[in-house]
Design a protein around this ligand. Sequence first.
Ligand code: NDP
Length: 448
Amino acid sequence: MDGKEYVQKVLSTVQKRNLGEEEFLDAVKEVLTSLVPVFDRRPDFIKAGLLERLTEPERAISFRVPWVDDNGEVQVNRGFRIQFNSAIGPYKGGLRFHPSVNQSIVKFLGFEQIFKNSLTGLPIGGAKGGSDFDPKGKSDNEVMRFCQAFMSELYKYIGSNRDVPAGDIGVGGREIGYLYGYYNKLKGVSEQGTLTGKGLTYGGSLARTEATGYGLVYFTEEMLKDHNLSFKDKKVVVSGSGNVAIYAIEKATELGAKVITCSDSNGYILDENGINLDVVKEIKEVRRGRIKEYLKSVPTAKYVPDFREIWNVKCDIALPCATQGEINEKSAKALVENGVIAVSEGANMPSTLDAINVFLSNKILFGPSKAANAGGVACSAIEMSQNSIRYSWTFEEVNNKIKNIMINIYNNSKNAAKEYGNEGNIVVGANIAGFLKVAEAMMAQGII
Ligand code: NDP
């Protein structure tokens, strides 16, 4: 059986077994298709049933999360933790609290996380979790009660050598604090390495807040440099206004770019003078408000009440930092027609497969999420290291480690693409480079 036949065979099984899980199926298809040249060279991988094992989570946990709201009414949400692959280290991946969370989304994110974590070069396996709970509009007390209810089940499955969750959409410092506090109470321990993204006073790492956004820009800078380009004087469109977006805007601006947009799920801001990040931070990090409020501080900016329209804004570089599937084929074509030179993904899989094909076929420099946004999880692993040795590195030390990791990820992905006959295709290169390390570890450890 050649590589193509093997991948087709596994894909058809995965499709039958995961009916209706579109996000997960798309993610598997995207990765597996790019691994064909690897299986052409490695019949031993086929014989060991590597893909059959890799596409099935080691463990998928789904649980009830009952809690009482401020009106005394009982609410029931659903919690998930998908422990996908632990071949290279303890499971590691964020928790997402958002009404859209379901099994397919958590599985897709967990699957992607395997390769992303491997790309960092650090010893962390792949996982993801979350709940369909919506923290928006909830009081602090409600968020705390929900986090405690969520942890009262999750604590059975996690631990510093087992599974180390972190934040994601809807799970920031506040939520991590509540989750961490309750984990320690339930277990009767002070186990700092169990969750990452912690506050600085109780085992968090400097630069964790900035890591994903800064890392995205470091990766993109390396990709641009490789083509004799840079951020300097480039017009940049960033979507989102959360953790990733804010620090991508900060670093890109520091490198001389002019970032002219940001958004939330209601709409986007266009500020041709360059986004005023202090205003965005005040709205999003302090008041937890809506991005439309930017106009109160900067009346010369424009607000468009449809976030998808953001991709019609003319720019040199696009950094999607909001959510999955936010750039479809039409948006990708609009970006290309408007002269974009590079697209680099801060969010997880923000471009649909059709959109990626538009970028690749038009020779746009493209940084796929599993490579470009790995700075966050890399810093989380650095936080685990600091917790293990009970020590803290300075901001500069952590930031430099992240920068080096992002540069290595770009170069390893680029080299893998070349070695396997797809020069310049970082999508394929990242999949292959991430896969090979996990595959060798799985081969060494026998059929488990
Ligand atoms: P935040 O919750 O801080 O911010 C998310 C931003 O995206 C908000 O502006 C939000 O707007 C917007 N958004 C969320 N859902 C949608 C939607 N369905 N449609 C349009 N806009 C939406 O999340 P993060 O910044 O942490 O995460 C953003 C992306 O980056 C996610 O894909 C996440 O998985 C990924 N990521 C995050 C990492 C991290 O370290 N934080 C690490 C690696 C990846 P609104 O306020 O209206 O919801």
